[in-house]
Write a protein that binds this ligand. Structure first.
Ligand code: HEM
Length: 138
């Protein structure tokens, strides 16, 4: 089955036009849902928490862009980085997954409601990225 991933670039370009830098929008939504993660970014960012926030939001965006070219490579990269975050850095899985979801939800607000196909493709991509991110894979 051909997965409907065409249009990711259009979706992201539109989001950038509407929102500019995604990071503050993503983090506002994310920290509302996961207030406990503020301390994680602070502590792990060694006083440069907002830079770390930007790097992690970029990492999510990079993975979702790469998905259209090589889903297998993205899946491997996610499986590789997950245990590092959960075991080494002590980030709870819901907090890790929550950042992925906050990126998707932030961008989703810029997709025209009249475009059910794009919304559906976006949600499909969201679920594809979340799929490897569960406790069994840490
Ligand atoms: C709770 C949220 C997160 C926190 C606090 C966090 C924190 C960190 C820290 C401290 C590092 C070490 C290297 C550095 O300082 O850049 C790192 C690396 C990295 N993070 Fe995150 N991260 C989070 C979520 C995510 C998510 C959701 C993704 C992607 C889906 C991601 C992808 C990466 C990648 C690719 C690296 C570099 C490779 C690696 O060290 O495994 N991070 N993260």
């Amino acid at each position: 089955m051909k997965i409907a991933t065409t249009g990711i670039d259009t979706t992201l370009e539109r989001a950038a036009e509407h929102l500019g830098d995604l990071t503050p929008h993503v983090m506002a939504l994310y920290l509302q849902r996961h207030p406990e993660a503020a301390a994680l970014f602070n502590d792990l960012g060694l006083g440069e928490g907002s830079q770390l926030e930007g790097r992690m939001v970029e990492a999510v965006v990079y993975f979702l862009m790469e998905w259209q070219h090589s889903p297998a490579a993205v899946r491997i990269a996610l499986l590789d980085t997950l245990p590092h975050h959960v075991r080494t850095l002590g980030i709870p899985i819901p907090a890790f997954r929550g950042l992925v979801t906050a990126v998707f939800d932030t961008v989703r607000t810029t997709i025209p409601a009249a475009d059910p196909h794009e919304l559906e493709a976006w949600e499909h991509l969201h679920q594809s990225l979340l799929a490897p991110l569960h406790a069994g894979n840490t």
